[in-house]
Design a protein around this ligand. Structure first.
Ligand code: HSE
Length: 446
């Protein structure tokens, strides 16, 4: 039986993880694949002291790997849009299967990549693109194939989850924890991708397409980051029985599909609310199975290598079969993929956490509750904290020099977001209210 030759492009953290796990578990991987395989060619700008490339040829030009006629499967681990897109397209045009961990590439260019792959009767596998070592792509594409998926919600950025966990557990500030997260090596090259939700949006868009059978539509995803979350919001959320998590949420409704990444209050009794540090978790609600939860490391060398190698094994098992014998890229045969209207965030319905900095004097609370009541928004929970005793600090920090401001924190009942934002504008216009109102969406995930 012919040995299947693997070419690896990129020998960074994940590339080295793939080489190391392939070497360590070579026997079991070959036995699971049912045929021999070997890493024969590696493209890397520089050597990586964390791995031994063994007998593989090493080229400084990554395109030498995709143009190597002996390579059957190209593993793309360079990340980013370019030259990754050119590399993957060239591999496909050369008739090679591709395995990639590149979420940005799949989320933004996946439709054209999959069309090109189908035309060439090759497969592009991307298990490692979402939630690192968790086999969530396979779960949605195969394990949940019987279900109509109603919604999914995931903690799919380890860096953001690490930051929020540290803020909660140690009362640290956002900026301070971000520096740590970068040093730990989980953050993207541009950490704004992590903290502003772009990385999570890439992953959410991929999950949503697999869940609902629709083409990838990155532009439809609403993203809001965690940089505006203040330590006091983390504390107040806890006092009200919630945790703040940076969630990616995809929900199918009669109107279309919601795709949104934003900080979210979740009841702390939910399992997913207790996913801490750099761990990831995805909650999927199928009509037949009900809620299912997938948990594990969302980044790191060997967890990501675990998913990359699972894709290689999958390819090897069907490499001689007809293309129809392989699972479709997005879980639905491409002729059956159907675009759904994207629901703007102003049209979603959710509950909301509001933190209002208001003057500590009679009638203020009633003005706020009156605005909410006039907007048809009911209040589920309310916290009013005492004024700070550090009068000098408060005076210097706010423009109502003679007034003490107090935080008023409340959680609304479920309402339309456009209605909530109109009410918030009314509250912000009150003389007795200082600055902007903080609002964070609340999801019960029940
Ligand atoms: N920057 C990503 C994260 C790495 O923090 O989750 C894995 O995609």
């Amino acid at each position: 039986m012919k040995t299947i030759n693997i070419g690896i492009c990129g020998l960074g953290t994940v590339g080295a993880g793939v080489v190391n796990v392939m070497q360590r578990n070579a026997e079991a991987i070959a036995a699971r694949s049912g045929r021999p395989l070997a890493i024969t060619h590696i493209g890397a700008r520089r050597d990586n002291p964390d791995c031994d490339t063994g007998l593989a040829k090493v080229s400084r030009d990554i395109f030498a790997v995709v143009n190597d006629p002996e390579v059957d499967i190209v593993v793309e681990l360079i990340g980013g849009y370019e030259p990754a897109l050119e590399l993957v397209m060239q591999a496909i045009n050369n008739g090679k299967h591709v395995v990639t961990a590149n979420k940005a590439l799949i989320a933004v260019h996946g439709n054209e990549i999959f069309a090109a792959a189908e035309a060439k009767a090759v497969s592009v596998c991307f298990e490692a693109a979402v939630a690192g070592g968790i086999p969530i792509i396979k779960s949605l594409r195969e394990g949940l194939a019987a279900n109509s998926v109603e919604w999914l919600a995931g903690i799919i950025n380890g860096t953001g989850n690490y930051i929020l966990t540290e803020m909660r557990d140690k009362g640290r500030d956002f900026a301070d924890v971000l520096v740590d997260a970068q040093a730990l090596g989980y953050a993207e090259a541009d950490p704004t991708f992590d903290v502003e939700g772009i990385d999570a949006a890439h992953k959410l868009v991929i999950l949503a397409s697999l869940a609902f059978g629709m083409p990838l539509n990155f532009d439809a995803c609403f993203t809001e980051g965690i940089s505006a979350i203040a330590p006091q919001d983390v504390v107040f959320a806890g006092e009200l029985g919630y945790r703040i998590k940076h969630l990616g949420i995809a929900r199918k409704t009669e109107q279309g599909v919601e795709l949104r990444v934003h900080p979210t209050l979740i009841p702390q009794r939910r399992l997913i609310a207790n996913v801490d540090g750099v761990m990831n978790a995805v909650l999927v609600k199928g009509d037949a199975v009900g809620p299912t939860l997938y948990y594990g490391p969302g980044a790191g060398a060997e967890p990501t290598a675990s998913s990359v190698i699972a894709d290689i094994v999958d390819l090897l098992r069907t490499i001689d079969a007809s293309p129809a014998a392989r699972a479709p890229h997005l879980g639905f045969a491409s002729d059956f993929l159907k675009a759904l209207p994207a629901i703007p965030v102003s049209e979603i319905s959710a509950a909301y956490y509001l933190r209002i900095s208001a003057a500590d004097k009679p009638g203020v609370l009633s003005h706020i509750t009156q605005i909410l009541s006039d907007s048809g928004i009911s209040i589920e929970a309310l916290l009013q904290k005492e004024a700070s005793h550090d009068i000098d600090a408060v005076k210097s920090a706010n423009s109502h020099a003679n007034l003490l401001n107090v935080p008023i924190v409340l959680i609304t009942d479920i309402t339309l977001e456009s209605r909530l934002t109109a009410a918030v504008s009314g509250i912000e216009a009150l003389d007795t209210v200082e600055g902007k109102v903080t609002f964070i969406r609340v999801e019960s995930l029940g």
